[in-house]
Design a protein around this ligand. Sequence first.
Ligand SMILES: [Zn+2]
Length: 176
Amino acid sequence: MGKEKGLIEIRIAGLNEGVYTYTFTFHASDFVNPDLSEPELCNEIRASVVLNKTDNDITADIETTTVAELSCDICLAPLKRTLTGQYRVFFVFGDPVSDIDEHEENYRVLDRNTVSVDLTEDVRETLLLSKPMKTVCIDNPECSMYLDSTDRAPDNESDAKSPWKESLAKLKNKYH
Ligand SMILES: [Zn+2]
C-alpha cells in the first residue's frame, strides 16, 4: 500500500454528533515517507483537524501551518515563510454507493463500526501542496535591482550591438 498511517489518527467510535477540534504538533521527520524530509520543512508543524460529525457523515477540515526555511529564487537569500495549507475530506457512513465518484480522492466511505479515521496521508499532502511554486524576497533592494537589470539587459543589447544590424549597415555602405 505504501500509505502513511498512524501519525494523525482520530478515534470516532462513540463520538456523538457535533463539532470537534484536534490539534497535532509534529516534525516532518515523524513521517515515514521520505517526501517530507526536505531541509525546508525542518521546523515544527501544526495540524488542526475540525471534525463535523452528523449521523450520516463526517467532514474533516484540515489546516497545516509551519515556518519553512526557503531561499529566494533570484538571489538565493535565505527566507522564512509561514506556510498554511487547507484540505477537506468527506467521510460517508454506509456501503459504497454509486452516486459517490470513486475518483474523488477526498470522498471516503466509512463502515459504521470504524473505530478511527487516519488522516496522516491527507495532512502530508496538504503540507506538500502548501509549499509555494516561487519564492522571491520582498523588501530586499539588492534583489529587486538584480531583477530590474536582468529585465532590461536583452533590450539594450539588441539595440546597441546586434550582429545582423552591423552587417546590414556594412551592406548599405557597399551599395551606396
Ligand atoms: Zn532575493
